[in-house]
Design a protein around this ligand. Structure first.
Ligand code: FES
Length: 154
């Protein structure tokens, strides 16, 4: 498991209790090994230890690089995609992803897919579709919180 820093890690003990071995990494070295999760993953793959399957869950960029790390070793890699979802019923098409050149809806066909077959560039592009609106919404929320603070409502 890994995170940017120690404060972002969670469920370490739960994962440890369910694991033969748990390797913890942080990008900044504030806890565990200072590394991206792909570094110990690659070392395990190179060690010759038999690895049947890799399951990567977390930020899309991390899952992409886990899949790229395992691909040369031919180890099946399952990722849990997190596209924008609206209805979650397979009707709106918002969560559309491309897997092995086939359009799939993450909400009903996934969210687990073969990481070696995912069109990551399409996923990243679709995740950024509402960045402008998300930024404006955040700014508006922060502004309203400032006003509430001034009026002693927080
Ligand atoms: S969220 Fe609408 S089709 Fe998946």
């Amino acid at each position: 498991m890994g995170a940017r820093n120690q404060g972002l890690l969670f469920w370490e003990e739960r994962l440890r209790s369910a694991s033969d071995q748990l390797i913890v990494t942080t990008d900044d070295g504030s806890y565990g090994r200072k590394a991206l999760v792909t570094e110990p993953l690659k070392e395990l793959l190179e060690s010759g230890e038999k690895i049947d399957r890799v399951i990567a869950i977390g930020p899309s960029i991390m899952m992409k690089y886990c899949a790229l790390t395992t691909q040369p070793f031919g180890v099946k890699t399952i990722v849990s995609l997190n596209p924008i979802m609206v209805d979650g019923t397979g009707m709106c098409g918002c969560c559309r992803v491309s897997v092995n050149d086939v359009t799939r809806f993450a909400c009903v066909d996934g969210p687990e897919f073969d990481g070696h077959q995912v069109d990551w560039d399409l996923l990243f592009a679709r995740q950024r579709i509402y960045l402008y609106e998300e930024k404006r919404s955040l700014e508006q929320c922060q502004s309203e919180m400032e006003v509430a603070k001034i009026h002693g409502k927080t």
